[in-house]
Design a protein around this ligand. Structure first.
Ligand SMILES: Nc1ncnc2c1ncn2[C@@H]1O[C@H](COP(=O)(O)OP(=O)(O)OP(=O)(O)O)[C@@H](O)[C@H]1O
Ligand SMILES: [Mg+2]
Length: 358
């Protein structure tokens, strides 16, 4: 699917609606939102009382009538009303410059590779809450490739593994298009859930919010380390020494679907490409790629060199930002000629176009 790069350059806003975090780049302003994708709703009044990092601080610490939840899940909008509310609160004053004059507010959003019409429509509808009337959709692996520094005319296929919170997107990208890709419903959440279950079963401790992530982050450093949680029998807070090797084994099991996904993507390619990719290796991004050991597990299973991008959580929004910030060349004749259809996206996606979908 080709793209109108000129249409993307007319977008003022680039959006990565992640299940864990929402990242929004506004042209001429930079990254204006990088916050947890969370809303806190007072069930008695039905009103949103907090979003983003303020809502994150409420997790597990507020009375029962305050519901803290994620409006996004598995690469799509799970609760449209909450998603729209969250975006309105987060973006706030940054919307004003987009509406200046008679310009039609335009945005580009990343959607998972292979997204169907409902996911695409949901991304468009979510942004309509900001008054955006024209939305371009770009496949997340294509944005990720740009965010990792590959140009849209990069001819050698690159393999990217974006391990987010709820999904892992595995894709081989060349010339700004996905030539083989899949989405696996496993990410940092599943890994953290496996850690939570292990500590509960082995030590009888219920971990606080953020506890499994702290364990994952510290996993690389020590053989055993202390954790604090709630003893499920006594109800008191208690410490336990968790064995790192046992945890690494638990995490290894939750990575199996990702390894299967890498195999499935490679099986779609010719032997020539597979051999090339085996030599070049794969690039990891997404927050969960930072969990210690994940890269070594993938390297051991596939035999491929594995590289983790610096600041891996921002690669997708950075790639989108490159698309909207790109300045048209003043002297096009001197630029290398890009092949047709370098970026994968819908050519034009108006909110109205989706009226008949769903
Ligand atoms: N130090 C860390 N800080 C934050 N997240 C971390 C850290 N280390 C690992 N993670 C993992 O990164 C995940 C979030 O990654 P990321 O921000 O790429 O997800 P997302 O894009 O919001 O989600 P998705 O792509 O599934 O929609 C969390 O689930 C967590 O498990
Ligand atoms: Mg993501």
């Amino acid at each position: 699917m080709g793209v109108d790069t000129a249409a993307l350059r007319r977008c003022q806003m680039a959006v990565d609606l992640g299940a864990s975090r929402t990242r929004i780049h506004v042209r001429d302003e930079g990254l204006v939102v990088d916050e947890p994708s969370l809303t806190a709703v007072d069930a008695r009044s039905g009103s949103v009382v907090a979003v983003g990092s303020v809502a994150a601080r409420m997790l597990g610490r507020v009375p029962g009538h305050i519901h803290v939840s994620r409006p996004m899940d598995s690469g799509t909008v799970a609760d449209m009303d909450l998603a729209q509310s969250m975006l309105r609160h987060m973006v706030g004053r940054h919307v004003l410059p987009l509406r200046r004059g008679r310009r039609r507010a335009r945005a580009v959003v990343a959607v998972p590779y292979g997204s169907g019409p409902l996911t695409r429509k949901a991304a468009v509808d979510a942004l309509s809450a900001l008054g955006i009337r024209h939305v371009e959709l770009v496949a997340a692996p294509v944005a990720a490739a740009l965010g990792c520094g590959f140009e849209t005319d990069h001819a050698e296929p690159v393999m990217l593994v974006d391990c987010g919170a709820t999904i892992t997107q595995i894709a081989v990208v060349a010339f700004g298009e996905v030539i083989s890709g899949t989405v696996v419903p496993v990410g940092g959440d599943a890994i953290e859930h496996a850690v939570t279950e292990h500590v509960l079963a082995r030590h009888g401790l219920e971990l606080p919010t953020g506890g499994p992530r702290d364990i994952c982050v510290r996993l690389g450093h020590d053989d055993t380390f202390p954790v604090t949680g709630k003893d499920i029998r006594s109800g008191w807070a208690r410490n336990a020494a968790v064995d790192a090797a046992a945890l690494r084994a638990v995490i290894g099991v939750s990575l199996v679907p990702i390894l299967d996904g890498i195999g499935a993507v490679l099986r779609n390619l010719s032997a020539d490409l597979v051999v090339d990719l085996a030599a070049r290796g794969l690039t990891m991004l997404g927050g969960a790629s930072e969990i210690p050991g994940i890269e070594a597990t993938i390297r051991a299973a596939t035999g491929m060199p594995v590289r983790i991008e610096p600041d891996p959580r921002s690669r997708v929004v950075d790639g989108l930002a490159r698309l909207i910030d790109a300045k048209p060349s003043r002297r096009p004749a001197e630029q290398p000629v890009a092949p047709e259809g370098p970026i994968e996206a819908t050519p034009v996606t108006d909110v109205e176009d989706f009226a008949s979908v769903a």
